[in-house]
Design a protein around this ligand. Structure first.
Ligand SMILES: Nc1nc2c(ncn2[C@@H]2O[C@H](COP(=O)(O)OP(=O)(O)O)[C@@H](O)[C@H]2O)c(=O)[nH]1
Ligand SMILES: [Mg+2]
Length: 120
């Protein structure tokens, strides 16, 4: 199988691309994602099964997934950074990544992490 055939076959399995964005509050995460998705609309927040749109705008939680109507194939999660030394925040990201890394369904997996600085 050629590289391109292999890539196409793999791509068929992935209906969604899941991205975690990390950065302190007001860093511009949402603005950046809107720009990347080339949209002005507010993100839609979905429940766990990505079925029902939920209306919990104030709630910020790494488990909360959101997407833009114009680009439903990109699913985002966001988290504040750890610069305040908030151990709870760091732990939430760790367990989120651990859980997602065990997912066998490609659509449940975390495919990329986008961060405003490097955590070592
Ligand atoms: N000056 C300036 N303001 C920005 C930029 N990106 C975002 N903002 C503003 O910063 C505020 C917070 O942005 P937001 O995307 O909601 O940040 P989030 O909390 O990381 O999601 C908003 O009022 C944005 O309009 C930027 O590149 N330059
Ligand atoms: Mg935001």
């Amino acid at each position: 199988m050629s590289d391109i055939e292999e890539a196409l076959k793999l791509r068929e399995k992935y209906t969604h691309f899941r991205i975690l964005v990390i950065g302190r509050a007001n860093a511009g995460k949402t603005t950046l994602l809107k720009r990347v998705c080339n949209t002005d609309e507010d993100p839609c927040i979905y429940d766990e099964n990505n079925d029902n749109q939920v209306h919990q705008r104030g709630i910020h939680d790494i488990e909360r997934q959101f997407a833009f109507r114009s680009n439903p194939q990109f699913i985002f999660h966001d988290s504040p950074g750890f610069e305040t030394g908030d151990e709870k925040q760091l732990q939430a990201v760790r367990s989120f990544m651990e859980k997602r890394s065990k997912a066998t369904n490609p659509n449940e997996q975390l495919h990329a992490i986008w961060s405003d600085f490097v955590y070592l």
